[in-house]
Design a protein around this ligand. Structure first.
Ligand code: NAD
Length: 467
C-alpha cells in the first residue's frame, strides 16, 4: 500500500524534508529533500568508484568487515535514532542494528564459485561471476537499516557500488548509517540520497544503473518495474505479504499463543511477513480469540524510548489512517473487536492492538495487507477450506502451520503457495537462506548465496583443452 509522503519544511532555502517522531506526532529533525536532477552526479560518482571497488575482492572483504565493526561501535546512536523516527521499541532497534552488522559480515565472507563445465568435447567452459555495476536500492520505513543492509551487503560484496534511498518517513538512521559506513568504505561506494518522490522514480528509471532493487508495496513495485524497463536494468522486487497462519486441530493453544501473538504484532504489525490472518478450527476458535485478545489488551503500548514498551506507534499518519480505515470497514462489514478496534487518544500515531472476529472473508482486512496492529481470526470447518483460504489472495510471501504433530503440519505447510513456510513459528529467517515471494509478493531472490548471485552476472570463457 503506497503511502502519501511527508511535508517539506517551509521557509528553508534549500529544500528540506521534515521527519516526525511517530510517538509524539511532532517534527524533530529534517534532511535534504534532494531533487531528481541530483541523481545524475551521484550515479557518475558511483560509476567511477565501481572501477576500483570491483578490482580487489580481498580488499572488499576487509572493508566490509571493518564496516560491520563500525556499525557495531555506533549502535547506541543508530538504535536511538531508529526508534525516534520509526517508533519501534529500543530493544528492537538494537536488534536491527545488530542484524545490519551481521549481514555485512555474512556477505563479506561469501565468494561466488567459479565452475568449469566439460561435456566430453575437447573444450571446456569456465563460468566466472562479475559484478553488474552501480545498483539503485529503494527501501521502506518498517525496517530501514536491516532492509537497506539486505540490499547493500550482497551488492557491495559482489563488487557493485550502490545508491540507496530510504523512505522519506525514516531517512535519519539511514543517513547516519551511510556516514558510519563511509569510515570503512572507499568514497562513493555507497551513497545515501534522501527526498520525496519523484526521487525514487528517478532512481528506478536512471540509465546509469544495471540493477534496481526495491522493497516496498506491490503498487510501487509495479511502478519501479515499469520505470526500469527503460534501461532494461535487472529488477529485484521484495513486495508486500498477507501471510496466513493455519492452526491444526491438535494445536495446544496455551503453548503457541505468545509466539503467534508476536508473529502478528512485532514492530506493531508493520512487517512484510507478519501473520496477517489466522485460520483456526471452529472448535478452537473461541479459545484462540480469547488467548490473543487477552495479550492484545495487556501488552504495554507506548513510546519506543520507554523501556517498558513492547509495542510502539504506527510509523506515520497515512499508515495510521489506512489501519483505521480497514478496521472500520471490517466492523461495518459485521466484524466484532475482541480487543481494540480504535485509535488511542493522545498525541502520536497509536492504534489499540486489535483482534477481530466474525470477519467476512471478503473484508479488506482479510484480502489486503493491513500492515498494522490488527489481526482477523477466522474459523474453518475443513482443512481444505483453510488451505484454499490461505492461498486465496494475490500475495505469496510466507505462511505458517501450527500443530503438535509436526509431520502433519509439514504436509500442510507443503501446500502453501508462498516463498517460506514455517511450522510453529513465523517470520524467522537465517542469513544463509533464500528469501523470495511468489505471485504479487516479489520478483527475484534475496538472501544467502542467492542474494549474492542476484548481484552478479555469469561471464563464460570457452576454450579448447589444447592449443
Ligand atoms: P511504498 O511502496 O510506499 O514505498 C517504498 C519505497 O518506495 C519508499 O522509499 C518510497 O519513497 C519509494 N517510492 C514511492 N513511490 C515510488 C516510485 N514511484 N518509484 C520508486 N520509488 C518509490 O512502501 P512503504 O509503505 O514504505 O512500505 C510498506 C510496504 O513494504 C508493505 O507493502 C510491506 O509489505 C512491504 N515490505 C516488503 C518486504 C519484503 O521483503 N517483501 C519487506 C518490508 C516491507
Amino acid at each position: 500500500m503506497p503511502t502519501s509522503e511527508p511535508d517539506r519544511v517551509p521557509g528553508h532555502q534549500a529544500a528540506r524534508l521534515a521527519v516526525v517522531d511517530p510517538a509524539t506526532g511532532e517534527i524533530f529533525d529534517e534532511v535534504p529533500d534532494q531533487r531528481p536532477d541530483a541523481v545524475d552526479a551521484v550515479v557518475d560518482r558511483a560509476h567511477r568508484a565501481w572501477h576500483g571497488w570491483r578490482a580487489d575482492p580481498a580488499a572488499r572483504t576487509t572493508a566490509l568487515q571493518a564496516a560491520a565493526d563500525a556499525v557495531e561501535a555506533a549502535d547506541d546512536d543508530l538504535a536511538r535514532l531508529l526508534t525516534r523516527e520509526q517508533g519501534k521499541p529500543l530493544a528492537e532497534s538494537y536488534a536491527e542494528v545488530a542484524r545490519t552488522a551481521a549481514r555485512l559480515r555474512y556477505f563479506a565472507d561469501l565468494t561466488p564459485r567459479t565452475r568449469r563445465i566439460t561435456d566430453g568435447r575437447p573444450v571446456h567452459s569456465e563460468i566466472r561471476w562479475r559484478p553488474l555495476g552501480p545498483v539503485a536500492a529503494i527501501v521502506p520505513w518498517n525496517f530501514p537499516l536491516q532492509l537497506a543492509a539486505a540490499k547493500f551487503a550482497p551488492a557491495l560484496a559482489a563488487g557493485n557500488t550502490m545508491v540507496l534511498k530510504p523512505s522519506p518517513f525514516t531517512p535519519l538512521a539511514t543517513r547516519l548509517l551511510g556516514s558510519v559506513l563511509a569510515t570503512a568504505l572507499p568514497d562513493d561506494v555507497l551513497t545515501v540520497v534522501t527526498g520525496r518522490e519523484p526521487l525514487g522514480a528517478r532512481l528506478a528509471s536512471h540509465p546509469g544503473f544495471r540493477h534496481v532493487t526495491f522493497t516496498g508495496s506491490v503498487p510501487t513495485g509495479r511502478a519501479v518495474a515499469e520505470a526500469s524497463a527503460a534501461s532494461l536494468a535487472r529488477v529485484t522486487l521484495e513486495l508486500g505479504g498477507n501471510d496466513a497462519a493455519v492452526l491444526l486441530d491438535d494445536v495446544e493453544v496455551d503453548r503457541i499463543a505468545d509466539r503467534l501473538f508476536w508473529a502478528a504484532f512485532r514492530n506493531c504489525g508493520q512487517v512484510c511477513m507478519a501473520v496477517k490472518r489466522v485460520y483456526v478450527p471452529a472448535r478452537l476458535h473461541a479459545e484462540v480469540v480469547e488467548a490473543l485478545a487477552q495479550r492484545a489488551k495487556t501488552v504495554a503500548v507506548g513510546s519506543g524510548l520507554d523501556t517498558e514498551t513492547r509495542l510502539g506507534p504506527v510509523n506515520n499518519a497515512p499508515q495510521l489512517a489506512r489501519v483505521e480505515q480497514v478496521t472500520k470497514q471490517a466492523l461495518a462489514d459485521g466484524a466484532r473487536a475482541a480487543a481494540g478496534g480504535h485509535r488511542l487518544d493522545g498525541p502520536g500515531y497509536f492504534f489499540a492492538p486489535t483482534i477481530l472476529t466474525s470477519v467476512p472473508p471478503s473484508s479488506p482486512v482479510v484480502t489486503e495487507e493491513q500492515f498494522g496492529p490488527v489481526l482477523p481470526v477466522l474459523p474453518y470447518r475443513s482443512l481444505d477450506e483453510a488451505v484454499d483460504a490461505a492461498n486465496g489472495t494475490g500475495f505469496g510471501l510466507g505462511g505458517s502451520v501450527w500443530a503438535t504433530d509436526l509431520d502433519r503440519a509439514e504436509a500442510v505447510a507443503d501446500r502453501l503457495e508462498c516463498g517460506t513456510a514455517w511450522i510453529n513459528h513465523h517470520g524467522e529467517l537465517s542469513l544463509a537462506q533464500p528469501f523470495a515471494g511468489v505471485k504479487n509478493s516479489g520478483v527475484g531472490v534475496a538472501g544467502g548465496p542467492w542474494g549474492l548471485y542476484g548481484n552478479l552476472r555469469p561471464f563464460v570463457v570457452h576454450r579448447p583443452q589444447e592449443a
